[in-house]
Design a protein around this ligand. Structure first.
Ligand code: ATP
Ligand code: MG
Length: 583
């Protein structure tokens, strides 16, 4: 195909858009790929749509290759199935809800587990029908709290979501592995730099859920990896290695100390180390900091007070805390809550009064039986020393809320952790029976007994990938697309006003087109300087300059990524470019 810049619906901009935060977003707007319509809502202009379609093609080919079958659901969905699984409320403010003219509730689908489960239930009944993997490449809607960086976090975006349906856990593990392999192929073909990280902690465990994160400084996800092993995890998924419990015998008695003027942990440990007769030095890690929160389960009216105890040398990490308490809402206690609960002595809260007053108390996994702590004594200006877990207080459980730091021991026992940032591009998840239980999706077994189907769910952020690719492939001049997704194979720049130059360029473009190479032809009546700047900005991987040299039988081939240029005889250039494009 030959696309002529003289008639292409494209206007490049010299200035960065005012609202753009990340480099990829600036360039996608300046190069005329996308335009903003609303917060988190973008339209795709011709060149952008081509890149989006190319990403879709790669995703589709690799999904088809694992035997997944493409279907398509509406985005406008009735409330009932989501009511049944609890997600109508659990999704909270992120769900776009609306009413039709009769007052019936609808939503715009944020993800489609319910519909896939119901559809499979509707069509299949025998164990012989399974396994099956279905997918769609479709527009999703989420009322994101912070739409960001253009298409990276939209409120309307394109996702490939697939779902596997298997008779047993071994089948699910197989479907999961097929997706994992397919995702590796997709992201390798797209030329992305990415990592695969563990994505859930606690109950799900193991390989049940993994995220694919594109490496990017501008990413919103922080992940950690081990310096020595292959361990990598989303920070939310890091499971703190708990030390072994220690014997209680022979541990010192807990003692309350008057500790005036110690409002911070630093002043407290200083006071205990120098102004008491304890005769030992304390550090922040010896203290147990109790953070008071309130949580509210989805759909509930009442808030529940919750105490979280973490070693005093660590902050509570908001994202880890929220992930650990999901789907409940979390907020800090307010002044009114303290007034209503006088047993909470602000600044001196200890485990004892929490437990005496029926407040749930969860601690960091490092707080194991036999560990002794300095903590609040539930009395102003007083702290208790040598308060021993499992002897003087018994937490209601553990919680992964403390910050993860570089240098922490890797959970797999090998090496220490280092941190980096990324953008989530894919997520694979062994869901199990949550949705098939809700809708009673069963297959009749060989013995005529019903078998409850087990599900996997797998997502790729298709439109986000365009932004991620732009983020990883750019330089100070503009975009630099990898060939697999580029909006054209060759950008032909006509650098000259002569009739002969125009004719020569048209002829080369026609020959390239005939050989199956897609051409973006800059046939505008603009100066070569303008044309070169636009070619760099648009980022087609190969630029062919047809100019004055043509009279001497040469044209110039320029590699957008490296900037390398070479003069090539005009009668050889088509063959050379065809070879280059076909790889
Ligand atoms: P995130 O943590 O970035 O919000 P998520 O955990 O909500 O992602 P999933 O529900 O697993 O994401 O969705 C599957 C994929 O869809 C993600 O891996 C991501 O690539 C993409 N995606 C999710 N939300 C958005 C969005 N608002 N805009 C664009 N792509 C998105
Ligand atoms: Mg999200």
């Amino acid at each position: 195909m030959i696309t002529r810049m003289s008639s292409l619906f494209l206007r490049t901009l010299r200035e960065d858009p005012a609202d753009a935060e990340v480099p990829s977003h600036k360039l996608l707007v300046r190069a005329g790929y996308v335009r903003r319509v609303a917060p988190g809502g973008y339209s795709w202009l011709p060149l952008g749509l081509r890149v989006l379609r190319n990403v879709e093609r790669v995703v589709r080919e690799e999904m088809d290759a694992i035997g997944a079958q493409e279907i398509q659901f509406p985005a406008l969905l009735p409330r009932e199935p989501y009511e049944k699984t609890g997600r109508w409320t659990e999704y909270g403010d992120s769900l776009f809800r609306l009413k039709d003219r009769k007052g019936a509730d609808y939503l715009l689908g944020p993800t489609h587990e319910e519909l896939f489960a119901l559809t499979v239930k509707g069509e299949y009944s025998s164990y012989k029908d399974y396994p099956v993997v279905l997918y769609q490449i479709q527009t999703k809607y989420r009322d994101e709290a912070r739409p960001r960086a253009g298409i990276l976090r939209g409120r309307e975006f394109v996702m490939k979501d697939s779902y596997s349906f298997d008779l047993d856990d071994a089948g699910l593990a197989h479907s999961y592995q097929l997706h994992r392999d397919a995702y590796i192929k997709i992201f390798d073909r797209l030329g992305l730099e990415y990592v695969i990280v563990a994505a859930t902690s606690g109950a799900m465990g193991g390989s049940a859920s993994e995220e694919f994160l594109a490496v990017a400084e501008t990413g919103e996800d922080t992940y950690v990896r081990s310096t020595e092993s292959g361990y990598a995890a989303n920070v939310e998924a890091v499971v703190t290695p708990a030390p072994p419990a220690r014997p209680l015998d022979g541990l010192a008695e807990a003692q309350v100390h008057h500790t005036p003027g110690t409002p911070t942990i630093a002043t407290l440990v200083e006071y205990l180390s120098t102004k008491t007769d304890l005769g030992r030095a304390f550090t922040a890690a010896d203290t147990l900091k109790n953070v008071m929160l309130k949580i509210r389960k989805p759909g509930a009216k009442e808030w529940e007070i919750l105490g979280v105890g973490v070693p005093g040398d660590r902050e509570v990490d908001q994202k880890r805390l929220e992930a650990a308490l999901e789907p409940a809402e979390v907020a800090l206690l307010e002044e009114a809550d303290f007034t209503a609960n006088p047993f909470l002595v602000k600044g001196y809260i200890g485990p004892k009064s929490l437990q005496d007053n029926g407040v749930r108390y969860l601690v960091d996994p490092r707080v194991v039986t036999g560990t002794a702590w300095v903590t609040g004594a539930d009395k102003a200006d007083h702290h208790v020393v040598d308060l021993v877990a499992g002897r003087d207080f018994t937490p209601d459980g553990t919680i992964e809320a403390a910050e993860v730091r570089e240098g922490d021991a890797s959970p797999d026992g090998h090496g220490t952790l280092v941190a980096a940032r990324g953008i989530e591009i894919g997520h694979i998840f062994q869901l199990g029976r949550k949705y098939t239980d809700a809708f009673e999706v069963d297959a009749l077994g060989a013995d005529s007994k019903p078998i409850r189907i087990t599900m996997g769910s797998y997502g790729v952020g298709v439109s986000r990938l365009v932004g991620v690719l732009a983020e990883q492939y750019l330089d100070e001049l503009g975009l630099v697309w990898p060939r697999e997704v580029a909006p054209a194979d060759v950008h032909v720049v006509i650098a000259g006003k002569d009739e002969a130059v125009f004719e020569g360029a048209e002829k080369l473009a026609a020959e390239l087109d005939a050989a199956g190479v897609s051409v973006l032809l800059d046939d505008r009546k603009a100066t070569p300087g303008v044309k070169f700047a636009d070619a760099e900005l648009i980022g087609v991987p190969t630029i062919l300059v047809v100019g004055r040299g043509l009279a001497k039988g040469v044209v110039e081939v320029k590699d957008r990524a490296s900037g390398d240029r070479a003069d090539v005889p005009v009668d050889e250039v088509v063959a050379q470019l065809v070879k280059l494009v076909r790889g």
